[in-house]
Write a protein that binds this ligand. Structure first.
Ligand SMILES: Cc1cc2nc3c(=O)[nH]c(=O)nc-3n(C[C@H](O)[C@H](O)[C@H](O)COP(=O)(O)O)c2cc1C
Length: 196
């Protein structure tokens, strides 16, 4: 296979999407959409590493409280997940969209009841890079849909059922590779649904 050199980019490298839940300084929940999220093995246990770039409400809240939730995004959640990724938390109206919000079982973090897998994360190390923050996190709890522990269906069937969303090339994709639209497109469905 012949190769060409390109400028830095991560096209064709699909990433899993999460909605990070935090409380603002008045105790109001905020959610933002994130994909720079992966795993580490540290002190004999699974941990998380992630990065937030630029100034964002999610980052302000994590720097202050050092905790957040990471809620796996499914196809069903995509219209509002796209909205939460395209609208800044500094916009006062952002969270007035009637989400089904819960609470962490171990940490004081807001969670999304629609999400089948939710990490409750505590940051143990911030690595500021200038414009961004890299964060090393301990997984204090994982809230999982109880159906995911069923022995009656296979992991392949479970994944197909929850249908996690991936992203690359500024588009969303289904777990099996189906096109779910450009960034900014799924939220149009959500907005029109809201106005009905
Ligand atoms: C598909 C997608 C993935 C994103 N992933 C990241 C990410 O990994 N890191 C980041 O800093 N911002 C990311 N963003 C941007 C944030 O979601 C966006 O700035 C959002 O408004 C943040 O919410 P907040 O202002 O309530 O914190 C992503 C946006 C989209 C649409």
């Amino acid at each position: 296979m012949n190769k060409i050199s390109t400028k830095p980019n991560n096209d064709f490298c699909p990433q899993t999407l999460f909605l990070y839940g935090t409380y603002d300084e008045n105790g109001n929940p905020d959610f933002g959409l994130f994909c720079w999220f992966s795993y580490i093995w540290d002190a004999n246990e699974l941990g998380v590493m992630c990065c937030i770039g630029g100034k964002k409400l999610t980052m302000d809240n994590i720097l202050r409280d050092k905790v957040f939730s990471a809620c796996l995004v499914t196809e069903e959640m995509l219209p509002y997940a796209d909205y939460l990724g395209c609208v800044s938390g500094y916009k006062e109206e952002k969270m007035k969209i009637g989400l089904d919000i819960g609470k962490g079982a171990v940490l004081n973090v807001p969670t999304l009841n629609d999400s089948p897998v939710i990490f409750e994360l505590e940051v143990t190390q911030f690595i500021p890079t200038g414009d961004a923050h890299i964060m090393i996190c301990k997984i204090r709890n994982v809230l999982q849909d109880e159906n995911l522990s069923s022995k009656d269906i296979s992991d392949v069937e479970k994944l197909a059922k929850i249908a996690p969303v991936k992203t690359t090339c500024s588009r969303y994709f289904s777990y099996t590779g189906g096109d779910l639209g450009l960034w900014g497109e799924p939220m149009k469905k959500f907005n029109s649904g809201k106005n009905e």
